[in-house]
Design a protein around this ligand. Structure first.
Ligand SMILES: [Cu+2]
Length: 354
């Protein structure tokens, strides 16, 4: 063989091993930042994380078709019709919504097989609406915005490692979501009768589920030379009614990702995620309004998102320090509508382990 061929063959053999050496932290050893509970830690290790997530919703879908506000208020029945003062069709339509979330996380591994995880979040939601005048027609009365902010639900979980080799890592996720988020937030609304009462806000604007919800999942990560991949399933089950006499729908997420290691410290990723969310079971007797968000049967969703991301992992003196971001857009949405349509999502995260 020629000398250059030998050089290339030797480099091809040793390069992957250099990338996996102990002194190096592969940026892609964590999944894209939008995936929670994606990795476990070595015995005695701690990790603290902060994520900022911003999500925008705009416009409405019924199934997977766009539906405008005029059509909603003339054709979609109001489930509260018959209650005094309630019109036959919906008369208030949400136009857009912004949600910002600050997520604080802590991980600790008492053994190589078990990593414990605690995650809390502080939320802010703003929803802008249009109100139509009276009981029929398409005369607009005005706009109003409702806002809520506060702590959301807190999750406590254990990640149980089944398999841990250089190339393949498998773990199970078992946890519970604790009802630390409020379910009785109020704000002023503009009614079709041109009044501005302060009422309990619809489900979408509340901050928590109000119930203890088990979380179960399974996570896999694979590593080759210069490439990483993985998949995760995670479900949240709502098994009991909250104090307001309802339970949110179960949520199931399945995601898969592929990452390319640009350098040890930097990786780029592509990811898809499927979300299935069921409708609400039961009804809060204090939520009565001619608006889709007040209807427990207009909350279910099937959605597929695609995202691109970057992971950066510190080396040397900065070992254990990470920064990552991910931006995603929905590719497909099928909603029990009319329901607001997800527009885009951005997550920025900082992590430090020691
Ligand atoms: Cu961690």
């Amino acid at each position: 063989m020629k000398k250059t061929t030998w050089l290339v063959a030797t480099a091809a053999f040793f390069l992957p091993h250099a990338l996996l050496a102990d002194s190096v932290t592969r940026a892609d050893s964590h999944a894209p930042i939008g995936v929670m509970a994606d990795h476990f830690h070595k015995k005695g290790e701690w990790m603290f994380s902060y994520r900022f997530m911003s999500m925008a919703m705009q416009g409405n879908l019924d199934g997977n078709d766009s539906i405008d506000a005029d059509t909603i208020v003339t054709t979609i029945p109001n489930r509260f019709f018959g209650v005094p003062g309630q019109p036959p069709t919906l008369r208030v339509v949400p136009l857009d919504m912004d949600m910002d979330m600050h997520m604080l996380g802590m991980m600790y591994a008492p053994t190589d097989k078990v990593t414990l995880m605690l995650m809390g979040n502080y939320l802010r939601k703003d929803m802008r609406h249009v109100t139509y005048m009276g009981g029929a027609g398409t005369t607009v009365l005005g706009n109003f915005t409702t806002s809520t902010s506060g702590w959301g639900d807190t999750t406590v979980s254990a990640l149980l490692s089944f398999h841990d080799s250089e190339a393949h890592k498998w773990h199970g996720i078992v946890g519970v979501s604790l009802p630390t988020g409020s379910t009785d937030e109020t704000d002023a609304i503009l009614t079709p009768m041109n009044m501005m009462p302060t009422v309990r806000l619809p489900y979408t604007m509340q901050l928590g589920s109000g119930s203890y919800d088990p979380i179960i999942g399974l996570s896999y990560s694979g590593f080759g030379s210069g490439l990483g991949w993985g998949t995760q399933w995670r479900s949240t089950f709502r098994l009991s009614d909250n104090d307001e006499d309802y339970r949110l729908g179960d949520e199931h997420r399945v995601t898969g990702w592929l990452s390319y290691l640009i350098a040890d410290s930097l990786s780029a990723s592509m990811r898809v995620e499927f979300l299935k969310r069921d409708n609400i079971d039961g009804i809060d007797p204090n939520i009565v309004a001619p608006v889709q968000t007040a209807d427990p049967d207009r909350q279910g969703a099937n959605r597929m998102d695609a995202g691109i991301g970057l992971n950066w992992a510190g080396q040397g003196d900065l070992q254990g320090f990470r920064v990552a971001l991910e931006y995603s857009l929905p590719l497909y949405q099928d909603l029990d509508g009319p329901q607001m349509e997800t527009d885009a999502q951005l997550i920025l995260g900082v992590q430090k382990s020691f």
